[in-house]
Design a protein around this ligand. Structure first.
Ligand SMILES: Nc1ncnc2c1ncn2[C@@H]1O[C@H](COP(=O)(O)OP(=O)(O)OP(=O)(O)O)[C@@H](O)[C@H]1O
Ligand SMILES: O=C(O)C1=C[C@@H](O)[C@@H](O)[C@H](O)C1
Ligand SMILES: [Mg+2]
Length: 172
């Protein structure tokens, strides 16, 4: 089986869906954000605060390339911004991987992120109105990159199990 790469905006469910998919098909899950934190020995927030976003994007690209190079079979959950920097979107089209964009609407993303923003440095300090506007604009800008995935699964109004089923159908 090819490596499976899940991508999409912050809060679309990459980590949650990947963990469930991993249990279902018994393939290990690697969360790119967690791999970066381990390598840097700092949280994502600390990397942004101490070194800035450009440094983070460099680490993110290096780690993504490294994970794709390994011969191990796994599911990789990307960071929300991974496809949008360093030409990472082109890597999504490699023949030796299956890439899936978990597509969520602005409303779904807002509802999931509004009480869960402290560990997400891009939105951590925004109020509700600012967040709504930010997500709408940001998702619009990023969609170009997300749409380079080989497959798209809409996650709105679906349970975790339903989304996992949709991905399994793509892999069958
Ligand atoms: N049907 C659903 N599918 C996936 N996640 C859901 C669902 N319903 C609620 N959630 C919740 O949405 C939140 C965001 O999910 P998750 O952290 O997996 O997103 P993410 O894409 O990995 O975000 P990030 O890019 O910030 O790491 C979690 O709190 C999760 O429990
Ligand atoms: O959307 C983004 O740009 C980010 C999403 C998170 O997964 C982290 O990778 C980081 O907070 C940046
Ligand atoms: Mg995640």
């Amino acid at each position: 089986m090819k490596k499976i790469v899940l991508l999409g905006y912050m809060g679309c469910g990459k980590s949650t869906i990947a963990q469930n998919l991993s249990k279902n098909i018994n393939i290990p899950f690697l969360d790119l954000d967690k791999c970066i934190e381990k390598r840097a020995n700092l949280s994502i927030n600390e990397i942004f605060e101490q070194h800035g976003e450009i440094y983070f994007r460099k680490l993110e690209h290096e780690m993504f390339v490294e994970l794709l190079q390994s011969s191990e079979n796994n599911i990789i959950g990307l960071g929300g911004g991974t496809p949008c920097y360093a030409n990472n979107h082109l890597l999504l089209q490699r023949d030796d991987i299956t890439s899936v964009y978990l597509k969520a609407s602005i409303a779904t993303l807002y509802n999931r992120l509004v009480y869960n923003k402290s560990k997400r440095p891009l939105i951590a300090n925004m109020n509700e109105e600012e967040m709504k506007e930010f997500i709408a604009k940001h998702l619009f800008d990023r969609s170009f990159y997300y749409n380079h995935a080989q497959h798209k699964v809409v996650v709105d109004d679906k349970t975790v199990d339903e989304t996992v089923e949709d991905i399994l159908a793509l892999l069958a």
